[in-house]
Design a binder for this molecule. Structure first.
Ligand SMILES: [Fe+2]
Ligand SMILES: [Fe+2]
Length: 325
């Protein structure tokens, strides 16, 4: 999955840096060089990258939870196998991203503890319910599709370890998206009941997918710093427009209607872009504050697995006998 705009990432007070060193560092970024783990970096860069990779890793892990719950209820063996592989991939993405975070100075246990205590966030989009199989299809199509769009631009970033991780992740996300597209197509060419399921799931997932890229740029508080350091390479609104331009015509072609005002969606030949209805941004901020429909449930499940897995971690670290003694 993916990161938001950095607006729910806390960076702390500014850190005084040697101006000459900072200028040399910024020049490297501006030349398009990659910064590596052992290179000197200013504190706000290190922390910004750490928080971004942590948020991303958390999102991969949390996103796997609602999908994992559907493995036993997949409609046939082919879909079940594909879903198992997807869930395994997403957890693997979390693992790779957490390694990037660890190298930047935060331990795995601190990452997981902060997540279950609500001190760090994961992507808003995973706080919505997944009541039917059609929702699983829409997630793989729209949310993985949005993630690929975002992550392709992040693969042009400035931090080498994160950039290489993005390239690897994106290859796997492409399979998730293809699988999602195939599931949505199957539902939309099925029975009236299947089409209705797909439409209802689309109504639920379209608005969170449009919000996926974070708040409008004018409300983004830390966007400029992320762009200056090339931790991000595109603005939220640019990404959102690209998403709408790609998915609005695809949804229309499949026979889906947009929730809210369907007539707001049309191609504007003057701009070369699709017009669309803005989602409810108040809802976006409510969900960030922890008041989304599934925030508590998702965190409770994550906490449960953290606690249930404690003995495994102790055994792997060789601390089991010491604890028992
Ligand atoms: Fe992923
Ligand atoms: Fe994915």
């Amino acid at each position: 999955m993916s990161v938001s705009a950095g607006d729910d990432i806390k960076l702390g007070p500014p850190h005084a840096e040697d101006p000459e060193r900072l200028a040399t560092f910024q020049a490297r970024i501006d030349r398009g060089e990659l910064i590596e783990r052992d290179d000197w970096m200013p504190e706000d860069y290190r922390l910004g990258m750490l928080r971004m990779a942590e948020h991303h890793g958390n999102s991969e892990i949390m996103g796997a939870l609602p999908e994992g719950e559907w493995i036993t209820r997949a409609p046939n063996l082919k879909r079940k196998l594909a879903l198992i592989a997807k869930v395994q991939d997403e957890v693997g993405h979390g693992q790779m991203l957490y390694r990037v975070v660890e190298d930047l100075g935060k331990t795995r246990d601190e990452i997981l503890r902060d997540l279950i205590a609500g001190r760090t966030k994961y992507h808003n989009v995973f706080n919505y319910p997944v009541p039917t199989w059609a929702d699983v299809a829409m997630i793989a199509w729209l949310v993985d599709g949005a993630a690929i769009m975002n992550q392709k631009t992040l693969a042009d970033g400035s931090y080498g370890p994160y950039v290489r991780t993005m390239k690897r992740i994106n290859m796997e996300e492409a399979f998730h998206f293809k699988h999602g597209e195939d599931m949505v197509l199957t539902l939309m060419s099925g029975t009236p009941k299947q089409k209705q399921m797909a439409q209802e799931a689309f109504n639920r997932w379209w608005p969170p997918s449009v919000m996926f890229f974070g708040p409008p740029d004018r409300k983004s508080t830390q966007g400029a710093m992320f762009l200056r350091y090339r931790l991000k390479t595109t603005t939220n609104d640019d990404l959102r427009q690209r998403f709408v331009d790609r998915f609005a015509p695809a949804a229309r072609a499949l026979g889906l209607r947009f929730p809210g005002d369907d007539s707001a969606y049309r191609f504007n030949p003057d701009t070369g872009h699709w017009t669309f209805e803005q989602p409810d941004w108040d809802e976006f901020y409510r969900v960030i504050r922890g008041q989304g429909p599934c925030n508590e449930r998702r965190i409770a499940l994550r906490r449960f697995s953290y606690e249930q897995g404690a003995w495994v971690r102790r055994a792997i670290l060789g601390q089991l006998s010491a604890t028992a003694a």
